[in-house]
Design a binder for this molecule. Structure first.
Ligand code: SF4
Ligand code: SF4
Length: 475
């Protein structure tokens, strides 16, 4: 743990704001990035140590192409060490796009009259989930606009509905949430519906910019949003996701602020966030935003590598907002979860159109490949696509989520579970070509795992899956 309470001007307390913009800027403006210092920081990260704000500022301030390359290489090595070669797949599902806020950067803002407002009823929801199950998905993130209609009971009911849908061999085994901040009671209600992670992104941690881009609605309250996941923790949701929308303000500030948020959680709740997301501003219907802080591909790939080094134990999520090219590059050195076969149009999964309708979307996506196309490519590039949900279902979450601190956890749990969920996909959803390539990859991975009792058990489970029609097998 690198958190030092004496370090910051604002002390960390439960449900109290913790960002001091001047302090964050001081780190950026005062820290020097010499060659020796950059290399020392990379070395520290490669020993799986969390980086401090000051050390992360060293990386953020690096401008030499040679050293940036070393940061990326370091991130790649660390990723292989910590995560192995599995990539977890999920799909976002928009439940409703009513919204009472006016965020300048979003197509769903209340003032945008061009957008078609839709809330899925139970029949719509079931249709969407069935389409996702038909493709092979097991993990969803349900996304809601911020509107009084989408209160804790509404969210909780939709989660329960999703879990109930079982089409053919399909089922959704983990439902995560991206929705408005709730009060503690609201978070308790949603927790009881059996969710996995609750995501709330701060969008920008810079208070002035925050006010500038959030014109009206409850979301204009910076502190209410900043402390949202404290309330989630207080309500017993220890599995939370944070993030910022890159492009609203200086990316260096956002990176350090996200890290400050991680420190806050560790100081108060003794557990970091489960995931960090870093969506980049994209085009949207009626978008009204200037390009001052647009993040170039070069800076974007660098910042993801910095996150990997700074928080080795936190999952990094990259979505289909980014193009295939950027996704392929970043997967090598940073990301542990991606979405696949994404369609963010309201009711988009259950209809058979491929064209995007910008007036039904929150923003434009740049990677519209099907889940199977993504599976093929992952397999070809020797990643194990995983739909694993084991830890959440066995209670291995939050403080007890020891993925990286228990020696050999990845080898004992994550890799075998990735193999089992891949085999299930190959058996029930994959075309012949994917199936053949997938089983070849599994053979190679089994060879790598060697020959102990656990591998024997894994092989037995694979046989049960292939020959006895068993599903949902995990360690
Ligand atoms: Fe509403 Fe969320 Fe869009 Fe803001 S970002 S306008 S809260 S849907
Ligand atoms: Fe994630 Fe746990 Fe599965 Fe590993 S075993 S992939 S940590 S759910």
């Amino acid at each position: 743990m690198i958190y030092n309470p004496e370090q910051y001007s604002i002390k960390d307390e439960s449900m109290k704001p913790f960002i001091d913009a001047e302090e964050i800027w001081n780190y950026i403006n005062s820290v020097k990035s010499t060659k020796e210092r950059v290399r020392a920081v990379i070395k520290k990260a490669l020993n799986k140590n969390r980086l401090s704000l000051e050390e992360t500022a060293v990386l953020v301030n690096t401008t030499s192409p040679e050293l940036i390359e070393e940061i990326k290489q370091g991130a790649k090595t660390l990723k292989e060490k910590v995560y192995g070669n599995r990539i977890v797949l999920f799909a976002p599902l928009y439940v409703g796009n009513l919204c009472a806020n006016n965020c300048e950067y979003c197509g769903y803002k209340a003032s945008n009259k061009a957008v078609k407002r839709i809330t899925l009823n139970n029949t719509d929801l079931v249709k969407e989930v069935e389409a996702l199950q038909d493709a092979g998905h097991k993990r969803l993130i349900l996304v809601y606009g911020e509107h009084k209609k989408y209160d804790a009971d509404f969210i909780s009911n939709s989660v329960k509905e999703v879990y109930k849908v079982k089409k053919g061999n399909g089922e959704i085994r983990r439902v995560n949430i991206n929705a408005a901040p709730l009060d503690i009671k609201g978070f308790e209600t949603v927790k009881n519906s059996g969710i996995g992670t609750y995501q709330v992104f701060q969008e920008t941690y810079h208070p002035e910019t925050y006010k500038k881009v959030h014109l009206s609605g409850k979301k204009r309250d910076y502190d209410w949003r900043l402390t949202a996941l404290d309330r989630a923790q207080e309500a017993g949701i220890d599995d939370v996701g944070i993030g910022a929308l890159f492009g609203l303000y200086d990316w260096r500030f956002e990176v350090l602020s996200i890290l400050r948020h991680v420190n806050h959680f560790e100081a108060v709740y003794k557990v970091g966030p489960h995931t960090i997301s870093f969506p980049r501003l994209q085009n949207a219907s009626n978008l009204n935003i200037d390009n001052t802080y647009k993040v170039s591909d070069e800076d974007f790939t660098k910042l993801v590598a910095i996150f990997r080094l700074a928080v080795p134990y936190t999952g990094l999520i990259l979505t289909a907002r980014e193009s295939q090219k950027i996704r392929d590059e970043i997967m090598e050195f940073g990301v542990s979860q991606i979405d696949g076969g994404t369609n963010i149009e309201m009711k988009g999964y259950s209809k058979n159109e491929t064209e995007q309708d910008i007036d039904k979307e929150q923003f434009v996506i740049n990677d519209d490949r099907s889940l199977n196309e993504i599976m093929n490519e992952l397999i070809e590039n020797k990643y194990i696509p995983s739909f694993c949900t084991a830890c959440y279902r066995l209670g291995r979450t939050g403080e007890h989520f020891m993925e990286f601190s228990v020696p050999g956890f990845i080898k004992r749990f994550c890799t075998p579970n990735a193999i089992l969920t891949l085999a299930e996909y190959l058996e029930y959803y994959a075309p012949a070509k994917t199936k053949e390539a997938g089983y070849k990859l599994i053979e190679k991975e089994l060879e790598k795992l060697g020959n102990d009792k656990r591998v024997e058990k894994l092989k037995e489970k694979l046989i049960a899956l292939k020959e006895k029609g068993k599903r949902d097998l995990y360690f």
